[in-house]
Design a protein around this ligand. Structure first.
Ligand code: UD1
Ligand code: MG
Length: 457
């Protein structure tokens, strides 16, 4: 197929009132990434020559999320045709296909867009290719009216449609591929004499036909064309995205024991033969090496886990956690901004933050790095092969040398040299025969009124 120029315009000027949110609708995330970035990733996979995002006033955050794609401001929300016109400057003298997409319909896939572009490339080429869908009736999408040969005759907005038109089975998803050379000339001629008083992009079909051009329809899957207008629809779209990510993970060689309970981010990377137990959440920026075993009920975010590590159950890896090859991270262990080197073990009930844990070190149950003094964060360095006894508080900044031991229950405030024992513990006292005397005293007191605190007898 000859290489055709491709442009894309994403309409995102709507605030999304029904989300009842302070943030613009297209910034709500799917799989940890704003909707608009989701859509841009899909569009960018097609290597477009020009991409524009149309935003409304005060939507600087959307512009930031869309960058490096340029944004164009639609000052007043006067309809979809008016919105496309806002991006006109980027498409001066553009000869090729212009895709028009809605920011709140972000699940469309590359193959679907490719099918639309293939339809545009057919000879003779339809001037407008519209993506249709068979939405369950009743619904308030616009209806696609076909001619006798299956070409697209008109798009009628629901509010402007009569009963017979409303009964038509094909609806307009909103996605279109239009001949770039004619697009803006047609948009200039669209009026707003309709039920909503808006400039309807969908009127383009009538104008193209009036010039003797043909228009065509490609059918898409409903699941890809879900529009997101409310939190409930956001959740439904999230479910679709998660299902896709789970299938992708399994296809790439991961075992998900209960796939429906595992939640990925768009950028989660899993190696081969990774096993993920139930109820695990992967926030953004997580990579997992080959053969890692994740025992479920874990929460990860911006963390790296190297090959052959064992993590969980109930482990939390926060930003900057790097778990080395074959390391073990056990239950109720939280790691933040720390390198846990190869073969190290932190198996129970610990907090390790702003630290290095050297190779093969063993961190006992209940070890805490006291990294924060209320103002600054401080570093803890634990050497290779060190052994930290249970219930140790390491008051940072502090270092424990290679091969050093820390006695259980210590609060360590000074550096411990390599191979030394660091122990901080009050002298233990033994009182011989104390037990029977204590019991006798208690038993004698039984049956007598208890002495309460002063004044409450
Ligand atoms: C639109 C279509 C309709 C289709 C439906 C599918 C038109 C006239 N109608 O209707 O045929 O069945 O989507 O969901 O195109 N937007 C702007 N600026 C505007 C108006 C809209 O940027 O002035 C953006 C919105 O942010 C949204 C998209 O365009 O992303 C669609 O707008 P919306 O108002 O939801 O259109 P519908 O009435 O749903
Ligand atoms: Mg809509």
């Amino acid at each position: 197929m000859e290489k055709r120029n491709l442009g894309a315009i994403i309409l995102a000027a709507g605030q999304g009132t029904r989300m009842r949110s302070d943030r613009p609708k297209v910034l709500h995330p799917l799989a940890g990434r704003p909707m608009v970035r989701h859509l841009l990733a899909t569009v960018n996979a097609l290597a477009p020559d020009r991409v524009a995002v149309v935003v409304g006033p005060g939507m600087e955050d959307v512009a930031r999320a869309a960058a490096p794609a340029p944004t164009f401001l639609q000052l007043e929300r006067l309809g979809t045709a008016h919105a496309v016109l806002a991006a006109r400057a980027l498409f001066e003298n553009f000869d090729g296909d212009v895709l028009i997409l809605f920011g709140d319909t972000p699940l469309i896939t590359v193959p679907t867009i490719e099918a639309m572009l293939a339809a545009r490339a057919a000879k003779p080429s339809p001037a407008v290719v519209v993506l249709g869908m068979r939405a369950p009736l009743p619904n308030e999408y616009a209806r696609l009216v076909l001619d006798a040969s299956g070409g697209l005759k008109a798009i009628v907005e629901y509010r402007d449609a009569d009963t017979a038109t409303r009964a038509l089975p094909l609806s307009n998803s909103g996605v279109m591929a239009v001949a770039g050379r004619r697009l803006f000339a047609w948009l200039d001629r669209i009026g707003r004499d309709n039920a909503k008083g808006e400039y309807y992009l969908t009127d383009i079909v009538r104008l193209a036909r009036a010039e003797g051009q043909t228009c065509a329809v490609i059918e898409g899957e409903m699941a890809e064309l879900l529009g997101i207008n409310s939190r409930a629809e956001l959740a439904a779209a999230e479910a679709v995205v998660q299902q896709g990510l789970r299938l992708r993970a399994m296809a790439a060689g991961a075992t998900l024991i209960a796939p429906e309970t595992v939640f990925f981010s768009h950028d989660t990377r899993l190696g081969r033969d990774v096993t993920v137990g139930p109820f695990t959440h992967f926030g953004p920026g997580v990579s997992v090496g080959d053969r890692v075993e994740i025992k479920g009920f874990c929460h990860f975010e911006q963390a790296r886990i190297a090959a052959d590590a064992i993590v969980g159950p109930y482990a939390r890896l926060r930003p900057g956690a790097a778990i080395g090859t074959g390391a073990h991270i056990g239950n109720f262990v939280e790691i933040k901004n720390a390198d846990v080197e190869a073969g190290a073990k932190i198996n129970h009930l610990s907090y390790v933050g702003d630290a290095r844990v050297g190779a093969n070190a063993n961190i006992g149950a209940g070890t805490i790095t006291c990294n924060y003094d209320g103002f600054d964060k401080h570093h803890t360095d634990i050497g290779a092969g060190a052994f930290i006894g249970s219930n140790t508080a390491l008051v940072a900044p502090v270092a424990v040398g290679d091969g050093a031991y820390i006695g259980a229950g210590s609060t360590i405030t000074q550096d411990v040299p390599a191979d030394a024992l660091g122990i901080e513990r009050a002298q233990e006292r033994q009182v011989a025969g104390w037990g029977p005397k204590f019991k006798a005293r208690k038993e004698a007191a039984e049956g007598q009124p208890k002495a309460g605190p002063k004044g409450t007898a």
